[in-house]
Design a protein around this ligand. Structure first.
Ligand SMILES: [Zn+2]
Length: 265
């Protein structure tokens, strides 16, 4: 089990720190950690990752969204590495999560009717949270994850309570193989004074033909609302009572993948 070395983290956006050392345990020497897992980097024509900044103002009736220019990094997402994790986290508890997730992802992408066990769901959630945290950190301009969320995940290896994680099916042209997009945004309610804190983030990526969507916010009021995409999204966090039976009926295409990154609050 991880120790509690990083308990002294005061809250605030994680990328606002000094950017040195392991983001989980604080260890100085970092190694290269594959964001999604090395095991995925096989025969998969993965595409690049893009990060976008959004300013969202919720007027109570509708949201005013001011997107900034997206930035795209070259290189397939399954070879993308983060240098914010130490050798012992990488080779220890994170490596266990990676190996526990592999069978679950393989089931999902198999195109067969399958059921995921509670243990497989636990692994899948942890994998999705780690990937989302590292994606969020990979571009300081769009980073919106709280230090306390890293601390929570390090201690419990479960998603923080305010997080939402879904799985869905994808079929289209733009995301063939694998692609990821990260959106960091500053949401503001019309009743609030101006502030420019980046307070919600969205990470979406696919391991063809399955996509994963992870969102988190500093406060529930800033959580993006995905109700209009409900038929494409199967929740895995918060925990659901029903058994996880796969696949879902509806399949998202390129336009839904695009729209999900331009949600309304
Ligand atoms: Zn570490």
């Amino acid at each position: 089990m991880p120790d509690q070395k990083n308990e002294e983290f005061s809250d605030g956006n994680a990328a606002a720190g000094d950017g040195k050392g392991c983001i989980y345990c604080g260890e100085a020497a970092v190694s290269d950690e594959h964001i999604f897992g090395k095991w995925l980097n096989k025969k998969r024509p993965a595409k690049n990752r893009t990060s976008t900044k959004l300013i969202v103002i919720n007027t109570g009736i509708h949201s005013i969204i001011q997107p900034r220019m997206p930035s795209t990094k070259n290189g397939g997402i399954f070879t993308t590495k983060s240098r914010r994790v130490c050798i012992s986290c990488n080779g220890g508890w994170l490596s266990k999560i990676q190996s526990a997730t592999k069978p679950a992802v393989e089931k999902l992408i198999s195109d067969e009717v399958v059921e995921l066990s509670p243990e497989e769901l636990v692994a899948l959630r942890a994998w999705a949270v780690n990937a989302s945290l590292l994606l969020d950190l990979s571009d300081a301009r769009t980073s919106a994850t709280l230090k306390s969320d890293f601390a929570h995940f390090y201690l419990h290896q479960t998603p923080p309570i305010r997080w939402r994680i879904w799985v869905g099916r994808y079929k289209g042209k733009e995301w063939v193989g694998g692609k990821s997009r990260h959106v960091g945004g500053a949401a503001k309610l019309i009743t609030e004074p101006d502030h420019s804190t980046y307070n919600f983030q969205l990470s979406i990526w696919n391991v063809d033909p399955v996509f994963f969507l992870v969102v988190s916010a500093h406060d529930d009021r800033y959580l993006p609302n995905f109700s209009r995409f409900e038929k494409f999204l199967k929740p895995i966090w918060p925990e659901q009572r029903a058994k996880f039976v796969w696949p879902t009926t509806f399949i998202a295409g390129d336009s839904e993948m695009e729209e999900m990154t331009r949600f309304m609050l």
